[in-house]
Design a binder for this molecule. Structure first.
Ligand code: SAH
Length: 345
């Protein structure tokens, strides 16, 4: 075990069989050693900086039906909302005052937000805050749409691949194809976006073999960022009685990803902070180096309910800057509010 982990640390690579061996056999001692190596790798590439992104969840209308997700189109119980351009700009202003230099606009796939509207919003943000980075996370769009939006000044795009097992992907996403998801990521990369892929851990039906596929997919794609979080059930989905992914498995996947792609930006996700009140700290100690506190107006935070119990207060809330900084400092890291571009080329 130790030999394999040392090999991963020194070569930043392992094959399918070796990764599966790790996932099937890691014990407590192995996990401690793995996280120690991942931590060393993060320090080597990014020092002890943890980057902050202000997250603006600007619409929960969605035309898709991802079967695990609380804001899926068919969920009649979801209370839908859209922020106006002015409301989005107020969030940016709030973040700007706090010194945040990256804004992530995330939403369901909402046809209301045409390319024209998105371009107008992005240009207005850039006008208000010229030195900030704007990240979009609004799902699958056409090549032309990604191209036109890029011209408005968007810097980054987050589109998790969710799972690299095509069959599992297509069973979780009705009327969607895994190939298209991957093509979108390739298009975004070609167009010059810094891209974020990523996956859920512990989604029903997922095996260790599937998680190995995720790791190899990430290794091959080498995205600038990789979002990894536990699956958490939502009460209005068919997975309502399923178990969440675990902290332990998520930490293992974070650490392995850090070692396979040493320069990747790796968020300690809200989902990890939701299943475990110290989840984000545990993630950071295992190689994660980004947090994305919520900048959305308080009145909509509960409505962006992707899963049960999603936290949006305390150190998940961007306005609690001091609390966020204290928690990060308490584990020996420092908060970095600059743009924090990825070192993946
Ligand atoms: N429409 C955008 C944003 C989707 S929501 C897109 O398609 O990329 C952001 C992420 O939340 C998803 O990529 C998914 O990985 C995660 N998510 C959704 N439902 C979840 C659940 N029940 N448990 C954990 N994560 C979930």
């Amino acid at each position: 075990m130790k030999k394999l982990l040392d090999k991963l640390y020194s070569t930043n690579n392992l094959n399918e069989e070796e990764l599966l061996y790790l996932l099937n056999n890691l014990d407590e001692e192995g996990i401690n050693y793995l996280t120690e190596l991942a931590h060393k790798t993060a320090i080597h590439n990014y020092n002890n900086s943890v980057y902050i992104r202000g997250l603006i969840e600007f619409t929960n209308y969605c035309s898709r039906n991802c079967i695990y997700c609380g804001i899926r189109a068919c969920n009649k119980n979801a209370q839908r909302y859209r922020l106006t351009k002015d409301e989005i700009l107020e969030c940016v202003e709030k973040g700007d005052k706090l010194g945040y230099k990256t804004f992530v606009l995330q939403g369901g796939e909402d046809p209301y937000f045409t390319d024209e509207k998105i371009i107008d919003i992005v240009q207005s943000i850039k006008k208000k805050c010229p030195d900030c980075a704007v990240t979009l996370s609004i799902g699958e769009r056409s090549y032309k749409s990604y191209k036109d939006i890029k011209k408005a000044g968007v810097d980054r795009y987050l589109l998790r691949h969710e799972t690299a097992n095509k069959n599992l992907y297509e069973s979780l996403h009705p009327n969607s194809s895994f190939e298209n998801r991957v093509q979108c990521l390739l298009n975004l990369k070609e167009l010059g976006y810094q891209i974020g892929a990523g996956f859920m851990v512990g989604i029903p039906g997922q095996t260790n073999e599937d998680l190995v596929k995720d790791l190899l997919f990430i290794k091959k794609l080498t995205p600038h960022m990789c979002g990894i979080g536990p699956f958490i059930p939502h009460k209005d989905t068919i997975f309502k009685d399923e178990k969440s992914g675990t902290t332990k498995k998520t930490i293992i996947m974070l650490a392995l990803t850090r070692l396979l792609v040493p320069k990747v930006l790796l968020p300690a996700t809200t989902a990890l902070g939701t299943i475990d009140s110290n989840g984000r700290e545990k993630g950071i100690k295992a190689g994660a180096n980004v947090v994305m506190p919520n900048l959305s107006p308080n009145k909509v935070r509960e409505k962006y309910a992707l899963y049960n119990g999603k936290v949006s207060s305390g150190d998940e809330a961007a306005e609690c800057k001091k609390e966020i900084e204290d928690r990060i400092k308490s584990i020996g890291f420092k908060v970095e509010i600059s743009r924090g571009d990825s070192k993946v080329l």
